[in-house]
Design a protein around this ligand. Structure first.
Ligand code: NAD
Length: 290
């Protein structure tokens, strides 16, 4: 397939590289990064989109996505599919899908889970919103970049799934970190804590796959000085998206709200910016009960 790829940062670059390695013709555009091997450099976003069967975007936020979509949609060929893999607000996803539909294009919101490691290994999970025919068109590309693509519903459903998933992740990471900090103060050995919780009813991905305690459980950013991984500010972004969505939908999400407040304090007032989101553990260790 001919693919335009816009936004080749930490996630986009390895995703585009995997598509090129699988034999697709990929033309990329990013104003700030070099193209990975096998990806042709386009001179602008519309240049990358022209003549493509599928245009993939992997951008920082909904505002940038809307700007880029307004540029690329007029350049895309009739019947092509615009597939946004960024994490953005549900409203931006729906607005971009409607712009594309009016231009005779297919559109999908297809945010991912799996992080930079999953992007490099081609093992991402895609959660996808949009029409069936667009999903069928892009499915072979999801198969190259990921291990699973779930078609969640109509436009915006992928972003809805993503922010609900990450709200759970933010809450369970905080719960896991504060439980380790409490266990420390109770004199419980961390390895024993992991051995019990990882096979008991307190288990979660945060504990079992991404343990925030250094030297315990599988390799994780905690073993690398809390270098991200998944940065605390990205978790804050996702928690704010879930709170924005909850407000719009009149949903009661008190734990999600508290998690957003804690990550906001951690990133904006403490030393969380630039650290992995699991660095909540040293934060709790350093704090006294007020
Ligand atoms: P990043 O900042 O490394 O990459 C974003 C890229 O977009 C940058 O290279 C930037 O130069 C480029 N860009 C900005 N404006 C542009 C424009 N107008 N035209 C073309 N390119 C433009 O971020 P990332 O970590 O790759 O994340 C990308 C998206 O994926 C975000 O929405 C993020 O929330 C989501 N995400 C990230 C992770 C992760 O672990 N990093 C995991 C899941 C989802």
């Amino acid at each position: 397939m001919k693919i335009g790829f816009i936004g080749l940062g930490n996630m986009g670059a390895p995703m585009a590289l995997n598509l090129a390695r699988a034999g697709h013709h990929v033309r990329g555009f990013d104003p700030a990064t070099a193209m990975p091997e096998g990806v042709d450099a386009a001179s602008s976003a519309p240049d990358a989109a022209r003549g493509a069967d599928v245009v993939i975007t992997m951008l920082p936020n909904g505002k940038i996505l809307r700007d880029v979509a307004a540029q690329v949609i007029p350049a895309m060929q009739h019947g092509a599919v615009l597939c946004d893999c960024s994490t953005v607000d549900v409203e931006s996803a729906r607005a971009v899908a409607e712009m594309a539909r009016q231009a005779g294009l297919g559109a999908l919101d297809a945010p991912v889970s799996g992080g930079i490691g999953g992007a490099a290994a081609g093992t991402l999970t895609f959660m996808v919103g949009g029409p069936d025919d667009a999903f069928v068109t892009v499915q072979p590309l999801f198969d190259v970049m990921g291990q699973k693509a779930v078609h969640c519903g109509t436009a915006g459903a992928g972003q809805a799934a993503k922010i609900c998933n990450n709200m759970i992740l933010g809450v369970t990471m905080i719960a896991t970190c504060e439980a380790f900090a409490l266990a420390d103060k109770l004199g419980l050995d961390r390895q024993k804590m992991f051995d019990v919780v990882s096979t008991s009813s307190g288990y979660s991905w945060s504990m079992n796959a991404y343990c925030p305690a250094p030297g315990i459980g599988p390799q994780s950013p905690a073993d690398n000085g809390y270098r991200p991984g998944f940065a605390a500010e990205l978790m804050l972004k996702d928690l704010r998206l879930s709170q924005q969505a909850a407000e719009g939908a009149d949903a009661d999400t008190p734990m999600g709200q508290l998690a957003a407040e804690l990550y906001a304090r951690f990133v904006e007032d403490e030393d969380g910016k630039g650290r992995d989101f699991s660095a909540m553990l040293p934060r709790f260790e350093a704090r006294q009960r007020k």
